[in-house]
Design a protein around this ligand. Structure first.
Ligand SMILES: [Zn+2]
Length: 196
């Protein structure tokens, strides 16, 4: 009984403060959660179609595959073990897979090269600006564009396969690379990829 009385007394004394404190915490929580979800929304929208000004030309980027999943990330610092070559290597692009394996141009540009590379198999290179190109490797031989073609972001280029001889053990996938000022860069600088 005495214990209960103490609790009742405590509430008489501090009840108002306690209720106020609970309310403040609750309101702060709501503000925080609303703020966070607004932030997440923003990241998602911009990741889908980020507009990046490259030099003076504004480019809108889209993904090279629909609902792409990341198989192997770009890495210029951390070594990956290559199942095909049996040694540790850097990875100058990113490897992607999707359910239909269709490959699309990531931004407007011109097809400047379609070749059968000894390392990356059937490979298409698209020049977007003077300093920026995208490279699509390990494609099957049925290429839907040719040198000189103008493409838009989202133009279908062909389908991913396992023609990259140096990555054959990884199975069918797209080896996607980007070249900025003659250097292979991390495509994540322009596109946002989700981990598998
Ligand atoms: Zn690769």
């Amino acid at each position: 009984m005495e214990k209960q009385n103490k609790i009742v007394q405590w509430f008489k004394k501090y009840g108002t403060y306690a209720t106020a404190a609970v309310l403040v915490v609750a309101i702060a929580g709501v503000i925080l959660v609303t703020g966070l979800s607004a932030n997440v929304q923003k990241v998602n929208t911009s990741a889908k179609n980020p507009v990046v000004s490259v030099g003076t030309i504004p480019l809108t980027f889209s993904m090279p595959m629909a609902n792409a999943q990341l198989l192997k990330d770009y890495s210029s610092e951390e070594l990956f073990f290559s199942k095909t070559l049996g040694r540790w290597e850097f990875h100058d692009g990113i490897d992607l897979v999707s359910s239909d394996m269709k490959v699309f141009a990531v931004a407007d540009g011109e097809v400047v090269d379609v070749e059968n590379s000894s390392l990356y198999g059937t490979t298409i290179t698209i020049k977007h600006t003077d300093g920026l190109s995208s490279v699509y490797g390990s494609l099957n031989s049925t290429v839907l564009v040719k040198e000189g073609d103008k493409v838009k972001a989202g133009t279908e280029l062909g389908a991913a396969d396992s023609t990259a001889t140096n990555e054959a053990a990884d199975g069918k996938h797209l080896h996607f690379a980007m070249i900025e000022n003659n250097k292979k860069i991390d495509p994540a600088n322009y596109l946002e990829f989700e981990s598998k």
